[in-house]
Design a protein around this ligand. Structure first.
Ligand code: SAM
Length: 245
């Protein structure tokens, strides 16, 4: 595909991820995917590993796993790939895979349907930006644990940061980011607790809470850009956890 054709097709799609497609073309995603990648602290090499990317959307992290040498990568999703909630669809993933000449496989399946019988077991599982969309978070973590052989990399929103005990906020409406698909905000203790209950033996928060000034700046930015509630943004942050079986 020539660069002009790639650019034209990119322009037809609503993107989530910012994917470098070469020829100076970067998909105009709302997500700062390279910055998120730097917080994930992925293993430098995934050579010989099988990787499952749960909730892959446009596939930025699936393609990154392939780039790091994974032997097999499966991208799964359902919600955004089916055009739900005006989020976009699967055209971004399909186009990026074609342009990058990628062998990443895909499967349309809900998180709660994941099981060894349905998808198999993977050495490394990515569960990025999905937990807080789960109405049944513990069940989702159990499903993800069931298909993880060695290591889980989990990235999520966290809430109730002042609470010392494991606790979880339940979003009845669009309280978090004016998005009715956000259901829960566990605090870091609850994230670690759920992973432990789901059978992980060792957990490490590899990217934790950002400094207070960062949260103020971020809350002010989102309030100005989209009118999000300043206080609810100040209450939340995001963390990345590595967990091992
Ligand atoms: C915030 S996006 C995160 C995308 C990507 N993993 C990342 O970190 O940039 C949440 C993703 O989870 C998916 N998702 C939400 N609920 C889901 C469900 N019940 N089953 C499967 N995927 C789901 C959405 O379709 C969307 O692609």
């Amino acid at each position: 595909m020539i660069p002009a054709e790639i650019s034209a097709r990119v322009a037809e799609i609503k993107w989530h991820h910012s994917i470098d497609l070469g020829h100076g073309i970067i998909t105009p995603g709302q997500d700062n995917s390279p910055r998120k990648l730097s917080r994930l602290k992925l293993p430098g090499s995934l050579s010989g590993k099988t990787v499952l990317d749960v909730g892959a959307w446009d596939g930025f992290f699936s393609f990154e796993a392939e780039r790091r040498g994974a032997e097999r990568v499966l991208a799964t999703d359902s919600y955004s790939w089916n055009g739900s909630h005006d989020w976009g669809d699967k055209r971004g993933f399909n186009l990026a895979r074609e342009v990058l000449n990628s062998k990443v496989e895909d499967r349309d399946i809900d998180v709660l349907e994941l099981s060894p019988e349905r998808v198999g077991v993977f050495d490394v599982v990515f569960f990025l930006g999905v937990l807080y969309h789960m109405k049944h978070p513990m069940l989702a973590v159990e499903r993800v644990a069931s298909i993880t052989r060695e290591m889980l990399i989990l990235e999520t929103v966290v809430d109730l940061l002042w609470c010392r005990r494991p606790a979880m906020a339940f979003y009845v409406g669009d309280e978090l980011g004016r998005d009715i698909t956000n259901w829960c905000g566990p605090n870091p203790g609850a994230v670690l607790g759920m992973l432990k209950v789901a059978g992980f033996k060792r957990m490490e928060i590899v990217s934790g809470l950002r400094p207070f000034w960062f949260r103020i700046a971020r809350a002010a930015w989102w309030k100005r850009k989209r009118g999000f509630g300043f206080r609810s943004l100040m209450r939340t942050d995001r963390i990345v956890v590595h967990a091992w079986k």
